[in-house]
Write a new protein. Sequence first.
Lengths: 574, 574
Amino acid sequence: MADSELNGELGKTKGTRIVVIGASAAGMRAACRARRLMPDARILVIDSTAEISVGACGLPYVLAGDIDSGEDLRKTSYDVLRDQAFFENFKGVEVRCGLCADRLDLDEKLVEVIDIASGERMRIDFDKLVLTTGAKAMDPFNIPVDSKRIRAMKTPRDVRTLKHGLETGQIESVVVIGGGFIGCETAEAFSAMWGARVTLIEAMPQVLPGVLDEEMAALVHSQLKEQEVELVLGKKVMSIEEMDRGVEVMLESGRKVKADAAVCALGVVPCTEFGVEAGLNALPNGALIVDEYMQTSHPDVYAAGDCISVVHCLTGERVYLPLGSLANRHGRLIGDNLAGRRRKAGPITGSSAVKVFDLNVGRTGLTKAQAEMLGIECNSVWGTFNDKAHYYPETREIHFKLVYRTSDMSLLGLQAIGQGEVVREVDVMSSLLQRAANAADLLDLDTAYAPPYSGAVSALHFLGAAVLNAEQDGLRPIPPVSPLNAEKIIDVREPSEAGSHPVESSTAPILSIPLGKLRSKISDLNKEENILFVCARGTRSYEAARMFKNYGFEHVVYLGGGLSFRRDASFASL
Amino acid sequence: MADSELNGELGKTKGTRIVVIGASAAGMRAACRARRLMPDARILVIDSTAEISVGACGLPYVLAGDIDSGEDLRKTSYDVLRDQAFFENFKGVEVRCGLCADRLDLDEKLVEVIDIASGERMRIDFDKLVLTTGAKAMDPFNIPVDSKRIRAMKTPRDVRTLKHGLETGQIESVVVIGGGFIGCETAEAFSAMWGARVTLIEAMPQVLPGVLDEEMAALVHSQLKEQEVELVLGKKVMSIEEMDRGVEVMLESGRKVKADAAVCALGVVPCTEFGVEAGLNALPNGALIVDEYMQTSHPDVYAAGDCISVVHCLTGERVYLPLGSLANRHGRLIGDNLAGRRRKAGPITGSSAVKVFDLNVGRTGLTKAQAEMLGIECNSVWGTFNDKAHYYPETREIHFKLVYRTSDMSLLGLQAIGQGEVVREVDVMSSLLQRAANAADLLDLDTAYAPPYSGAVSALHFLGAAVLNAEQDGLRPIPPVSPLNAEKIIDVREPSEAGSHPVESSTAPILSIPLGKLRSKISDLNKEENILFVCARGTRSYEAARMFKNYGFEHVVYLGGGLSFRRDASFASL
C-alpha cells in the first residue's frame, strides 16, 4: 500500500472498518448515519467519479432549464456543494474519488481498488462493507461514450451535452427511446422548454409500462399528443446511427426516424458484477438480494439503492425498483444496522410519481395487469373527481383507478392521473397497503377537509364505496376506455353537457335521458336489455344503474370514470 | 292532518317510514343513500328553510368573490341546483320545506311539525327518524335577525348582506369576533378581495385555539399581521352595538373598536332542543350522543352532522367536531344502517384544514395542549421542510409539529403550516393515527417521490427520525418559539445565511461556527456548558448536537424547526 493511503480513515488503528462503495444517495446516507451513531468507526466511501452525490432524479429539470445547472442537484438546501470536502467537514465522512472497486474477497474481507488516474492497485480491508454501486443506463446500442448526439439521461454529463446542443441550435429535434419515467420527463424537457420536436418511441404498446394499466396510460398518451410529441408505440428500436449532423433511428418495422439527437432512456441495470462475482446472491438481472436488515447473502455486506432488489409487500415477490426514495430510506437503515440497532426495512408498496407536462401521474401497489400476471383474482373501479371542492376556483380533475382483490375486497393498488394533486391520495393509499386494508377502510378515512384542499367526500371515500357497490350489490363499472357494447346506451347527463363529449357507439342506440327524468321513463324500457349508463364522471350513471336494478333490470352497467375520463384519453392509440 | 299532506311519501301505505329532519349534508346523504338501498321505503325530509343543501363551508369564498354566488354552493358538479325538485327527480327523495319540527314523541314515534307559512300543525309518524338538525351560530350578543352590519357567517343570507355592504361601499372596515376556522377565513375574505380593514378579536391568547398549539398559531398570527389584519388576542368582547353608520365593539378591557360592520364567528352550538326534550342523551352543550352505528339513545333514532358528538379515537373521549367531512360520511352510513347493513363508523382523528391568506394550515390528532390536558405524557418534535425537492423551482416551506406519547413513541398528532401542500401529510398521518402507529412506522412510509412533488425523504420520514433521536438518543429539540436560554448558543449556519434571520438572546453569548468548521473547534469548548445549537431548519443543529454528544458534551439541545420557523412566527404576540 502506498504511503499516500496511510492517512485518513485508513491510517487509524482502532474502530470498526466500514467501507462504502458508491457515493450516491444510499451510500452517503449509510455512511453519514453510521458516523453519527459510531463516532469511532473508520468509515471510508469510495467512488469512481469525482462528481458524487448527484440528485439524479432532477436531471430532466436541469435539461428543461427549471434548474440552472447540474451542480444545483449536488447542493444542500443551504447551498453548500456536497463534494468530498463537504462530507469530510460537515459529516465527518471520508470520501475518496477516482477509485474503481475491482475485486471483492469475502473470505479475506477485502476490496481491491484501482486508482483510475495512476493505475495503482490498492487493498482495503473491511469489517463491514456497504455496496451502493447503483445502476447504469441500459445500452443495447453501444453508444460511444463521447457522442454529442446520442446520450442516456443518467449523468450530469449527459445533460450538459444535450443542453449545449439545444443552446447552440444543433438540436432542434430529438428521438427519445423509452417511455418510462425518464423518457416521459425528457420528452417534456425538450418540448416544453426548448420547443424541440420530440418523437417518443416505446417498444411496449403503452408508455409507463409496469407503472400504469393501459387505459390509464391512454391519459398520458393523450397529453403527449396534445403537447405535440410524436408517439411511436409498440415499436422496437433496432439501431441508432450517428450521422454527420444528426441521428437515424431504425425501427423493427424498417421505418427510419431522423432527428438531431437521440436520448436512450430504456431503463437501468444494477451495477453489481463486483459483488456477484464475489458470490453474493442476486436476481437474474443482477440486482442483489438483501434481507429486511439490508444484509446481502454475506452477513457483513450490506447493500441498498439501485443495485438491489426488494420484496413487494402485496405479493412477497422480489422486484427491481430503482427509486430514489428507497435508496435514501434504506441507506439510513444500513447506518442504523451497522451500529447494531437491528432495524427492519418497512413494507414496499411500489409508490411512484412522475410529472408529464401538465399531468401529474401517481401510483402505488399493483396495476391490474401486474396482479393478473401474478394470478391474483382482482377487479377495478374508476372515478373522476376534483382535487378541491368542485365549486372552488382552482379545482382540477383527477382520474383514478383502484384495483382490489375480488375475494375479500382487500386493496391492491391505486393509479391517479390529472392536473390536480395526485400524490396525496397515492401516499394515503400506500400507508393503507402497508397495513393490508380493504375497500371498507377507505370509507372510514378521516381526511382533512376545507374547500381549497378537497371535497367534503374525498376521492378515496368514493372509490371505496364504488368497490362495495360492485361487490356487494353487483353494480359494476365498465372500463372508461373500452368499446361501448350494450343493447342500449343511456346518457344521463344534462342537455347542456352533451357537447363536452359526444357518446359514440357503432352498435347500440343511444338515448339521452337526464338523470332527473329517468325515473319517469323506466316503464318505457325493456327489463331484459343490456343497458349501459354513461355520464360525465361515473357518479350519476352509477345511480341510474342502481335505480334500474331496483326496478328489476338485471343487465345494467355504468361507465367507470365517465365520459370525462374517456375524453381525456381520446387520443389513445391503444 | 290536512288533505294536502296525503300525497307524496306520506300518502303511501307501505314501506318503512323514514323521516329526516334537516336537509343539509348529513340529512340528504342519509336520505339519498337510504333511497338507493330501499326503493320501497317512504322517505321524507323536512327543513324549516327553503334554501336547502348549502355547502356552507364555501360561504367565506362567496364573500371573497372566489365563487360568484351562494347558489353555486347548492349546485352539483354538473351545475344543477340541489333544490326540492332536484332531490325529487334525481334522487327520488321528497323534501318538504318550511316545516319546523316542534315536538318529538319517542314512545308514539311521531314528530309534530308546524308549517311556518300557515301556522298549521301536523303529525308525522315514523318507523325510523334521522336527526340532522345541524348547528346554529353562537350568539351571546342577541344580534337582531335583520341587522345589516352585524352578522354571523353561517347562512347564504349572512354573506349576501355583508357582500352588499362591501359592494355599495358601506362596509370598508370590519371587526371579526372569533379566531376559529370561520373567523380566519372571513378575515381573509374581507381583506384579500375587498381591501377592507379587518380587526380580528379572539378571547383566547391565540387564533385557532383547540386546533393548533401556541407556537403553531404564532405562524398564523404572523401571516395575519403581514396581511395587515389587526389582531386582538386574549380579549373578550362584552357587547356589540349597532350605530347609525357602523358598529362599536366593547372589549372587557374597556377598549372600544369601531368599524363599519361586525362578523360574529364564535363557533356553533348544536340545534338539538327538539331531540333533547324528547329524552335523547346529549353532552352538556347539547350535542347528541350516538353509538358507532350513529344510533342515539333511542334505537330508532339516528343522528349525524353538526348536532352530534363523536368519540376521538386517541382518547376515547366524546368531543364536538362540527365538520362537513364527518357530516357527509356519517350521513351515508346512516343510509346503510337504515337498510340493515350494520356498518360501524370509523375512528375519528379530528383532521381539519384551513387556508389563511397564503398559509395552508392542517392538523390531525391531538395538539400537545390537548394531550396534556388529558393527562397523557407526551413530547413534541418540530421540523421545517420543503414540500417538493429543495432544488425544484416551485418548492415551498412547511413547518411541522409532531406530538407523540413519551412512553412508547406512539403518534398523537400532527400540525402542518406553510405555503406548501400540507394536507397530504395530514391525511397520511390521520390514516396512521387510525391504526395506532408509532414514530418508527413513519420511517417506513413508502411515499411516492418525484422532484415536482416531494423530497426523496419526506417530512414524515424526518419527523419520525427526530422522535427516535429524541427518545432513544436523548437529542432533544427546544420549541422553535421560546426564549433562547442556554449558557452558549452556537449558530451552525453558513456565513451567507446569517442575514436571513439573526439570532438574538439577551442571556447567552452567540458563536457563529458553520457546521463544516465545528469539528475543529470542539476542543475549544467546555463540556460542562449548556449549549443550544441553532440552524435554519433544525437539521444541522441536530447533527451538531449529536456530534457534541458523541464528544462527551452532555448538555446539548437544538432549536426544533430552526430559525426559519422562528422567523415565520416572529410577529407572534404570545
